[in-house]
Design a protein. Structure first.
Lengths: 352, 246
């Protein structure tokens, strides 16, 4: 059964069963259900869930992408002893089910898989990835700054174990892996989808795409690598970065940004310690600073430009992917509101 | 090898940072295993003029403070400023924008003439400082990190990026996204964005990053409907000695 139907109540029971079997499930929560701070409602975050009711599947976009489970903000890599000298690598052991991931975020994870599989492969990432089950969901809403429909990221062909589409009374459920197929067996009442239901899925997806088209690139995203050719001296980089705080928000909330810094923490008696990594970002002023104090991108405009080239050209040349999936997080969360790729790329296309 | 000798001194401040050191709890014995504290008015009665590392809390607010801090600087191999009053001037500098005589009378009443105070300033305004432990109060973990780096002969890691980084790592909802004021985008990180995590906003107690974008800050505050006067008041709360507050 490649395309199945799970009734709404069936999905709730499915999730309850996963929890009953002591699986660690993270899902999307409205921040108002997590935080007691006034004004935090309407913002969505991934968080561990204990009951199906805590979770929502009708979110538009989360503040931080699910990358935080594959590449945590802080991750211990190894511990060491200095006398006698020994090193022990940490191995992630936790099995995780991420319930409710939009296609654009799955595409971003697929990109990270490529990046971290390339030599030298990143065993910490790959181990976490292997231990993570992804249950996707097609978006029913488009965030105001989202433009995934312009980035070929409205649907995704693989990278998930199950992919749900809400067609009203039930979910059309696509199986994406063996793990997904065996999970599906735990969903009470799951049955093969009828052709009409598969068609209904196409219709729901087309409607979602249309909603997202309200904010779009005026050209095909596949043109981005060539569009950026020769635009290094364009006035837009200085103009926009004039208001850049170098706060790195655009990097940190980006599902395809994976840069990290590595540091050692040595015990106070200097006998042992640990090495950990933590998120970094190319917009931070010291990101490209090297020993001796030199900085390859000491100016805001250089850093600001670098991000757009990385998204539209550098990663494409190295891995064949455009490193922007149109989630709109950078655009929505930049304190100065200068990070919107739609605004920048459309203007470059217009040639003004 | 004998343990490095550490002396702790205070100038104008609330002693809250020393209290953070007293409160190191589970690691306090580890720290004391590696250093010998020889002077610490707040926590012990012994004192000594022979020390390698001086930890200094508080701001410099009197001519006589200058002589004292210079003498400390001379004796110490390494001088570390701890807490906002010592690192950036802190709340003491609020008085710098008020009438000196009025402030002195307000605090000391009819004994005001006994106290020869002047505009408050950070330790670095008088003597060179080797490391800053920022914050009001200091973060205990960061204090230990910096102390360890110094004991190893390493340059301590003190972030030069804004609090927004810590906030994103903590998974907080951005205060600015909620349309409220926050000093985060121009304030030096390292605190773990504790105030935002607890539902407040960033007050800027760690001072500004090395290259704050104040044009962007002005633009942003305008968008939030916050006047330049209000914003200046916020900067002066902790960073009154800094050039952006003058």
């Amino acid at each position: 059964m490649n395309l199945a139907i799970i009734e709404k109540e069936g999905l709730r029971l499915f999730l309850a069963e996963l929890l009953r079997r002591k699986n660690t499930v993270v899902g999307v929560k409205d921040q108002s259900a997590v935080s007691s701070i006034p004004g935090d409602s309407g913002f969505y975050t991934y968080a561990p869930i204990n009951s199906p009711e805590e979770m929502t599947l009708s979110f538009d976009v989360t503040l931080i992408p699910p990358k935080k489970y594959l590449l945590p903000a802080y991750e211990q890599l190894l511990t060491f002893n200095l006398s006698p000298g020994s090193i022990k690598a940490d191995a992630p052991k936790e099995e995780l089910i991420v319930f409710g991931v939009h296609p654009y975020d799955i595409i971003a994870i697929n990109q990270m898989d490529k990046v971290f599989s390339a030599v030298p492969q990143d065993n910490h990432y790959l181990e976490r990835r292997k231990r993570t089950t992804i249950i996707g969901i097609d978006p029913v809403k488009a965030a105001p700054r989202a433009f995934w429909s312009s980035m070929g990221a409205d649907t995704v062909a693989g990278g998930f174990d199950l992919m749900l589409t809400d067609i009203g009374q039930c979910y059309v459920t696509e199986v994406g892996s063996k793990k997904g197929a065996s999970l599906l067996k735990m969903a009470p009442g799951a049955r093969e989808a009828a052709p009409a239901e598969a068609k209904e899925r196409d219709k729901v997806r087309a409607e979602a795409r249309k909603r997202c088209d309200a904010n779009r690139l005026n050209f095909s995203y596949l043109e981005l690598p060539s569009l950026l050719d020769g635009k290094e001296e364009h006035v837009i980089w200085e103009e926009k970065s004039y208001l850049c705080f170098s706060c790195g928000t655009c990097n940190l909330v980006c599902p395809t940004c994976y840069c990290f810094d590595v540091r050692d923490d040595v015990s106070i008696d200097l006998k042992k310690g640990s090495r950990y990594r933590t998120w970094d970002g190319c917009l931070l002023s010291d990101f490209a600073q090297v020993a001796g104090g030199g900085n390859f991108r000491g100016h805001r405009a250089d850093r600001y430009r670098h991000r757009f080239y990385r998204k539209g050209q550098f990663i494409y040349r190295r891995f064949g992917d455009i490193a922007c999936v149109g989630c709109g997080r950078c655009s929505a969360q930049c304190p100065s509101d200068i990070a919107d790729p739609v605004a920048v790329f459309n203007r470059l296309k217009e040639g003004i | 090898m004998s343990k490095p000798r550490v002396a702790i001194f205070d100038f104008a401040g609330c002693e809250g940072d020393q209290l953070q050191i007293v409160n190191l709890e589970e690691v306090v014995l580890d720290v004391l295993g590696q250093v010998e504290i020889v002077t610490w008015r707040e926590a012990m009665k012994e004192q000594s003029d022979h020390y390698d590392i001086a930890l200094v809390e508080g701001s410099i607010t009197r001519k006589s403070d200058e002589e004292r801090i210079k003498a400390i600087r001379e004796k110490a191999g390494i001088l570390v400023a701890i807490g906002a009053c010592a690192t950036i001037g802190g709340v003491n500098c609020i008085k710098n924008f008020q009438d000196e005589k009025f402030v002195r009378r307000y605090v000391y009443g009819d004994k005001a003439h006994w106290y020869n105070t002047y505009a408050a300033r950070p330790v670095s305004a008088v003597v060179p400082v080797d490391a800053n432990v920022h914050g009001c109060p200091i973060n205990r973990e960061e204090f230990v990190q910096i102390l360890k780096a110094l004991l190893q002969g390493k340059k301590p890691f003190i972030p030069n990026y804004p609090v927004c980084v810590d906030c994103k790592k903590a998974g907080n909802v951005c205060v600015l996204l909620k349309g409220q004021f926050c000093m985060g985008p121009v304030t030096r990180a390292g605190c773990g964005a504790c105030c935002i995590t607890e539902g407040a906003y960033c007050w800027g107690c760690r001072g500004l990053v090395d290259d704050p974008n104040m044009d962007a800050a002005r633009e942003l505050l305008g968008r939030l409907g916050i006047s330049a006067g209000e914003a200046l008041g916020q900067i002066r709360l902790y960073d009154g000695y800094g050039e952006e507050a003058r």
